[in-house]
Design a binder for this molecule. Structure first.
Ligand SMILES: C[S@@+](CC[C@H](N)C(=O)[O-])C[C@H]1O[C@@H](n2cnc3c(N)ncnc32)[C@H](O)[C@@H]1O
Length: 197
């Protein structure tokens, strides 16, 4: 059943259910509703060069590569690299993985059309500066943040060189109770998108 689902999603558009990714409790994953917004804000097209900084479980890396045909993922955690490889293999997408600390490992890379920053908030300033230097003309950066401080830091850095859009989403998921469906609210998430001026 799971194998059939993987095959189906591997050949269709993004919007993959979380349950189809192999996970590990030590490695966080961007949940599918947030991922859908991130993928939308990246404005992906086939053939673009794309980078996922802090690829974690690889859910965003996989969905990026499904559209573009190829994605590069970076993570400092060995377990995250293993998981991303497993998930990319399961969805039969073409990716390259780099284990290391951002922004250090970004310095030797070529330029990208799209960069998603899903990790590294302690190094946010330098990761964003390096990302803006690694963007092709018309390139976009998207990042997600839980904390207000991360969002405001990102907005002020990105605004120096980019047109910035700020989106905040709050997802609630329905839970069946004896009498109906109760909505359970999740944390608000900020999605900051920037395009080079
Ligand atoms: C929230 S998770 C990303 C989830 C991912 N988008 C997904 O869908 O599975 C953040 C990841 O960033 C990685 N990370 C944090 N700081 C980093 C840094 N400076 N360099 C590389 N990876 C980093 C962590 O190891 C973690 O796997």
């Amino acid at each position: 059943m799971r194998e059939r689902s993987l095959q189906r999603w591997a050949f269709e558009t993004p919007g993959i259910p979380d349950s189809l990714f192999v996970r590990d409790e030590e490695v966080p994953m961007t949940k599918e509703e947030v991922r859908a917004m991130v993928i939308s804000k990246l404005r992906l097209r086939e053939g673009q060069d794309v980078l996922d900084v802090g690829c974690g479980t690889g859910s965003v890396t996989v969905e990026m590569a499904l559209v573009t045909g190829y994605a590069v993922g970076i993570d400092e955690n060995e377990k995250a690299i293993e998981l991303t490889k497993t998930n990319a293999d399961n969805f039969k997408v073409n990716i390259k993985l780099i284990q290391g600390h951002a922004p250090d490992v970004m310095r030797d890379l070529d330029k990208f059309d799209r960069i998603f920053i899903g990790g590294g908030s302690d190094m946010l300033e330098s990761i964003l500066e390096e990302s803006m230097m690694h963007l092709k003309e018309g390139g976009r950066i998207v990042l997600d943040a839980i904390q207000l401080e991360t969002a405001t830091r990102a907005i002020s850095i990105m605004s120096t060189k980019m047109d910035v859009e700020v989106t905040q989403i709050t997802i609630s998921k329905g839970m069946r109770t004896k009498t109906g469906t109760a909505m359970l609210a999740r944390n608000p998430v900020f999605i900051i998108s920037g395009e080079l001026k």
